[in-house]
Design a binder for this molecule. Structure first.
Ligand SMILES: Cc1cc2nc3c(=O)[nH]c(=O)nc-3n(C[C@H](O)[C@H](O)[C@H](O)COP(=O)(O)OP(=O)(O)OC[C@H]3O[C@@H](n4cnc5c(N)ncnc54)[C@H](O)[C@@H]3O)c2cc1C
Length: 278
């Protein structure tokens, strides 16, 4: 199918893009990589009258390093995240998860900002942003605001972004010295969205026990679930059981809730063992 008719805008500055959103209100829709919005428009599930293309905004595809965080522009592609030496060194979980998104052609067009704003509950980048405690920067007519990823995702494809705001960058804390990570997902075919995905970061103490454990779960609910309330040295089996109990998946025709729960437990255990090097 082809999209419904729309007017195309190509603003040259953030101020111009914000002015277009303010002018056209709910009729306007931003487009970045177009890898989610394009199919939705082709199927006429989205029919924006005004399409505001962000791709001519200079300086929104950066990857910078601060003392304790990596700052990434909204237009940085999945491929840029997966291959950036800075991201690979300081936020290796983010690089690994970005590398697992879809296929090469999608990764070279899809953007960090687009993925977070689209808020697919099975997507890699929302899961990793929530797991790592990232901070999302949005610009709007009232100025800039910083939103913790934990409070950014509201439900299926819904975030706290206002219709007149643009996600401009993301601040991802650097991995602590010695921090280990794992990202695992289960999908029907390579390149498909995950049915369930799990991301974890942890430290391993001298006795080989996990501490400072963070466990993120994607695909099980309508937004990422992040668990951090674990005792030092908690064993992978116990963590995996807690993860299973923490999620409340919906019954869907193709994937029963009990199956998703089982996947959460199995993937959580495997991710912990992998991160701990066992
Ligand atoms: C075949 C296929 C397989 C895929 N597999 C996966 C997968 O396995 N995992 C995965 O995570 N994704 C997958 N994707 C989706 C892909 O990652 C998209 O790139 C991503 O979801 C959206 O990024 P985008 O830049 O393409 O956004 P767009 O499609 O351009 O926009 C998506 C939404 O975000 C909004 N938006 C975009 N940028 C901004 C911004 N800066 N501020 C505010 N709102 C904004 C748009 O208005 C729109 O509502 C797949 C896509 C395809 C076509």
């Amino acid at each position: 199918m082809k999209p419904a008719a729309f007017r195309y805008h190509r603003p040259r500055s953030l101020a111009e893009a914000l002015a277009l959103l303010a002018e056209h209100g709910p009729q306007a829709k931003l487009i970045a990589g177009g890898q989610s919005l394009g199919p939705l428009m082709n199927m006429r599930l989205a029919q924006p009258a005004e399409l505001v293309d962000l791709n001519s905004l200079a300086g929104l595809d950066f990857v910078n390093e601060n003392e304790d965080a990596i700052e990434i522009g909204a237009l940085a592609t999945h491929h840029a995240l997966a291959t950036s030496p800075l991201v690979r060194k300081s936020c290796p979980l983010l690089a690994e998860a970005a590398q697992s998104i879809g296929h090469y052609a999608i990764r070279t067009r899809g953007t960090l900002g687009g993925s977070l704003a689209h808020a697919d509950p099975a997507a890699q980048l929302p899961l990793v942003a929530a797991t790592l405690g990232a901070e999302i920067v949005a610009a709007g007519p009232r100025g800039e605001r910083r939103i913790p990823a934990a409070g950014f995702f509201v439900s299926l494809m819904s975030t706290v972004l206002e219709p007149d705001e643009i996600l401009v960058s993301v601040r991802v804390p650097k991995a602590a010295p010695g921090e280990r990570h794992a990202y695992l997902q289960f999908s029907r075919r390579r390149g498909d969205f995950a049915i369930v995905a799990v991301a974890t970061t942890l430290l391993v103490d001298k006795k080989g026990n996990a501490r400072n454990l963070r466990l993120g779960i994607g695909g099980a609910e309508d937004k990422p679930v992040v668990l951090t309330d674990f005792a030092s040295g908690e064993k992978p089996d116990a963590v995996a059981r807690k993860a299973r109990e923490a999620v409340n998946p919906a019954e869907t025709p193709r994937v029963p809730a009990v199956y998703r729960r089982e996947l959460v437990e199995v993937l959580a255990r495997r991710a912990l063992l992998e991160a701990m090097g066992k």
